[in-house]
Design a protein around this ligand. Structure first.
Ligand SMILES: Cc1cc2nc3c(=O)[nH]c(=O)nc-3n(C[C@H](O)[C@H](O)[C@H](O)COP(=O)(O)OP(=O)(O)OC[C@H]3O[C@@H](n4cnc5c(N)ncnc54)[C@H](O)[C@@H]3O)c2cc1C
Length: 399
């Protein structure tokens, strides 16, 4: 019997197993997850679920009966600890081995932990799992002074949620603006203004160096000696891909992830990778990209499932990301690495605009803020066609 095994029960995995059944695969499907929850969506954990405006039931990717109804053997609380490629078996904690004909690695990422003195005090939070969101939601509900370490996407969303709850919020960030490395100072500055306008206090150019308190955290000490009173500290300082299983099994890695070809196959023809862990070739940008975003996990999970069934697959989606903060909804596409110019179009102060990242006169990435009618359609076209753009026309909202 053909046995398709998926390691990791997150977004890419859930989309993969659904696709296997939708494509008519009738053999055995096993889904192995180390968490105790069936697959759920993570974006709400820093947005409406954190705010308490989305029900728990609405974050799950399938209802609880779906797995049995579709003959998917969902094994929760089952961390995969070993991968024996010669025997074509995975081992789960406790020693049980499960055979596979084809295997999909969809193990996602884990948050980078704050590693400073006092990081184990009560009141210090990281956010990746639904249980962590529950604890943070409860803590925000109780109120208190919040310090967020890191002004990346998750840090900013947590800051917005905390402000919506009425908590005083300070964000500590080593760079001179939020999202500085990713988007550059101008658009980073837009997000800084947005948050300042909503009462967030930023401390740029410094980082969290120590947390003080006896049992609970009471203060954050920054690397330049500032003391910030805190009842709650949340780390939003990035994530590490979970690739140790692949590394131990000797699979090739690149760009911090598991190296795959355009059909999402690793250098072992029976093993595939999708989602946050996969380093995927990009025709548009050259080399391989590892993308830690929702849409990539959905689409690469589906594509890997089709490839495992023997369909011809060429996965080459542009990276796509969205965020919601206060009254700002934003969509972003492309890869701004190596850009030499940023062009905006529309009304930045009125919070309705597009921004484009250019390299050598070509658009490499673009985003819109609150321009839902135009969206990203034209932006994707500009990126894919690689045509030289006239910056004057690009920035003129009348064109
Ligand atoms: C709070 C938060 C907010 C986000 N907001 C956005 C957003 O607004 N927009 C956006 O585009 N993206 C967002 N993301 C990113 C997006 O959620 C991820 O890119 C996506 O979840 C990746 O899916 P995945 O399936 O690759 O990994 P995951 O969803 O991380 O799932 C992987 C699963 O595998 C499990 N696992 C790992 N190792 C093993 C093992 N050895 N054995 C068994 N199981 C294992 C993990 O515990 C996890 O359950 C957000 C992420 C977080 C945490």
């Amino acid at each position: 019997m053909t046995e398709l095994v998926v390691v990791g029960a997150g977004l890419a995995a859930a989309n993969a197993v659904r696709t296997l059944r939708e494509e008519g695969f009738g053999g055995r499907v096993v889904l192995l997850g180390d968490e105790h929850e069936r697959p759920y969506d993570r974006p709400p954990l820093s947005k409406d679920y954190l705010l308490g405006t989305r029900e728990r039931a609405a974050v799950y990717l399938h209802d609880e009966h779906w797995y049995e109804a579709n003959s998917v053997e969902l094994r929760l609380g089952s961390p995969v600890t070993g991968l024996d490629r010669a025997a074509r078996e995975v081992e789960i904690a406790g020693g049980e081995r499960i055979r596979y004909t084809k295997l999909l690695l969809a193990t996602g990422s884990r948050p980078r932990r704050l590693r400073v003195p006092g990081a184990d005090l009560a009141g210090v939070h990281h956010l990746r799992r639904i249980g962590e969101a529950d604890r943070l939601r409860e803590a925000l509900h109780a109120g208190g002074r919040v310090v967020v370490a890191g002004a990346g996407w998750i840090g900013l969303e947590i800051a917005a949620a905390a402000r919506s709850r009425g908590c005083p919020v300070t964000v500590v960030e080593p760079a001179p603006t939020p999202l500085h490395a990713a988007l550059g100072p101008r658009i980073g500055g837009f997000f800084a203004d947005l948050h300042r306008g909503n009462g967030v206090d930023f401390r740029f150019g410094t980082q969290v160096a120590e947390l003080r308190g006896s049992d609970r955290v009471t203060a954050v000490i920054t690397s330049d000696g500032q003391e910030i009173p805190a009842d709650l500290v949340v780390a939003g300082i990035g994530a590490h891909p979970n690739i140790s299983l692949a590394e131990q099994a000797g699979l090739a890695t690149e760009a911090g992830g598991i190296r795959v070809d355009a059909s999402l196959r690793t250098d072992d023809p029976d093993i595939y990778a999708a989602g946050d862990v996969a380093a995927i070739p990009s025709a548009r940008y050259g080399g391989r990209l590892r993308v830690e975003h929702w849409a990539n996990a959905v689409e690469s999970g589906k594509a890997a499932a089709r490839a495992m069934l023997g369909h011809e697959v060429v996965y080459d989606e542009l990276p796509y990301f969205f965020t919601d903060q206060y009254d700002v909804g934003m969509e972003f596409t492309g890869h701004p690495g190596g850009h030499d110019q940023v062009v905006t179009r529309g009304d930045i102060d009125g919070r309705a605009f597009h921004a484009f990242w250019l390299a050598d006169g070509e658009v490499v990435a673009g985003m819109h803020v609150n321009c839902w009618e135009e969206g990203l359609g034209g932006v994707r076209d500009l990126i894919q066609t690689r045509r030289q753009v006239d910056v004057r026309r690009l920035s003129d909202a009348a064109v």
